[in-house]
Design a binder for this molecule. Structure first.
Ligand SMILES: [Zn+2]
Length: 498
């Protein structure tokens, strides 16, 4: 087939579709190629318009015939008036509040449109088998996106990008949708396994049924080509949201009366601030987000401090309107948190979601360094106790769920490792010792010291053959390099661009 022949055939198919009652963009979807201009299809349409219409072959007259009724496939989704209604939706004004430079747009389709599309495909493939032998019809939602994205870009002052984190979804409805899609109940593949919630008329199920449906059966039940509709679809709400972004850092906690996250348990509300709140207070405004979710590498008890490099954490920031947070802004947030005097944050930065699993992976096996202040029963035994502790290099513990957390954890026995132990006297204190330990994550330190009524074995009490209790505990290090440390001299640390 020569190029001219091909163009002639395209014209014949195009006009066939127009005469059946398709809109110009739907007709183009069946004959167009990657160069088709859906945004402004006038030139493409002119090339394909029937020559025998002579001087009447302008848009208005060619489409006069189809004007009284909506497009038999898209129910006017691709018509200029519908696109214009979408663009003028006042809700889009709120999308301007997002600082994202890009957007991506979607549309929900009535099921009747999917059925109509399938019917039309069968119709044209039977009528023009040779032409459609190796041709893919451009999907309706793809053509819609191409038709509207330039106009949306102008309206939103942002560029279209299929990978954008800012998603805009237009929902449509069709008053006769249920009536027209009921036919799918007759065509349903009965061999498919049905769940309790199985709804054969859900959009997803209609789409997948149409992919596998027997054409002969379909033709018996559904009009080929689709019947002329009397109603067009309606444009309902527009939804928009920015995908989550993640920031990470390390925090130190200097207070011995602070939870990591707001405490609410056993129906008791406690008016005590938390590490999470101290950090969130200074982050929310910078991102103007709808919600934040805090995650960390383990957690310390209410009365335990976290010192040294601090504890790795990340925050999921939901639907942020602002994502252009600079290196300097992160440093300002760190300074503001520092002013609380009880919490400090470092290495605050954007983090790609691919790296988030690093914080959870190997949580059982990573190491932690602790320092405990302990009191002994008999001051005269202090030196002997310290010697006994310093004579052992490592200990394997069996720990039953501690009594203090028994009410909220299931009972089990954990094996945990103490990798090193070092005790020393504290100047001038006859009944106190300082104990430095490197342990496996998840070790219950307080229980290791006092034994928890025999629930942790061996305990420090067993090791020294006396009684030792813990007065204060600090986490000195969590041996996990997350996130990358910030070099304050180099300001290009933003690993993620939204
Ligand atoms: Zn159409």
């Amino acid at each position: 087939m020569t190029e001219t022949d091909s163009q002639d055939t395209k014209g014949i198919v195009f006009n066939f579709l127009i005469e059946l009652g398709c809109c110009k963009r739907c007709a183009l979807r069946f004959v167009g190629d990657s160069n088709t201009n859906y945004d402004n299809p006038t030139d493409d349409v002119k090339k394909l318009t029937r020559k025998d219409l002579g001087q009447n072959s302008n848009d208005e007259n060619v489409f006069k015939k189809s004007k009284p009724n909506p497009c038999i496939i898209c129910l006017d989704l691709l018509q200029d008036t519908t696109l214009q209604t979408m663009i003028l939706n006042p809700e889009l004004e709120k999308v301007l509040e997002y600082d994202s430079d890009t957007f991506v747009n979607y549309v929900s389709l009535p099921k009747a449109v999917l059925i109509r599309e399938h019917s039309m495909e069968i119709c044209v493939k039977e009528k023009f088998p040779q032409f459609f032998k190796d041709r893919n019809v451009i999907a309706l939602n793809r053509a819609w996106s191409l038709s509207i994205q330039n106009k949306l870009a102008q309206r939103l002052e942002k560029k279209y990008d299929k990978n954008s984190y800012l998603q805009i979804q237009f929902n449509t409805s069709y008053v006769l949708d249920k009536e027209e899609s009921l036919v799918m109940l007759l065509l349903e593949d009965k061999s498919r396994k049905h769940s309790i919630q199985h709804d054969p008329l859900s959009c997803k199920n209609v789409t997948s049924s149409l992919q596998t449906i027997n054409s002969e059966l379909f033709k018996q039940k559904v009009s080929i080509p689709p019947a002329t509709p009397t109603k067009a679809l309606d444009v309902e709400q527009v939804f928009y949201k920015h995908d989550h972004v993640f920031i990470a850092g390390r925090y130190c906690k200097y207070a011995r009366n602070m939870f990591q996250t707001p405490w609410s348990g056993d129906d008791i509300q406690v008016e005590i601030s938390s590490v999470q709140e101290k950090i969130f207070d200074h982050i929310e405004n910078s991102f103007s987000c709808s919600a934040m979710v805090f995650s960390s590498s383990g957690r310390e008890d209410f009365d335990v401090r976290t010192l040294g490099r601090g504890r790795p954490f990340f925050i999921k920031i939901c639907d942020p309107k602002r994502t252009k947070v600079s290196f300097e802004k992160f440093r300002q947030i760190e300074q503001a948190v520092k002013h609380t005097k009880v919490v400090e944050v470092r290495d605050l930065q954007f983090i790609d979601r691919r790296y988030l699993s690093n914080i959870k992976e190997g949580e059982q096996f990573k190491k932690k360094t602790y320092r405990a202040l302990c009191i002994v029963d008999k001051p005269e035994n202090l030196t002997a106790y310290i010697d006994k502790i310093n004579n052992i290099s490592a200990v394997t513990l069996q720990q039953k769920t501690p009594l203090r957390v028994y009410h909220r954890r299931s009972s089990d026995i954990r094996e945990r490792q103490i990798y090193s132990l070092k005790a020393k006297v504290i100047n001038g204190k006859k009944n106190l010792l300082e104990l430095d330990m490197i342990t496996q994550a998840g070790t219950y330190i307080k229980e290791f010291v006092h034994g928890d009524l025999g629930r942790t074995t061996p305990s420090l009490c067993e090791i020294v053959g006396g009684y030792i209790d813990i007065i204060a505990l600090d986490v000195l290090d969590i041996h996990l390099d997350f996130p990358p440390s910030i070099n304050h001299k180099v300001k290009n640390h933003q690993t993620v661009n939204y």
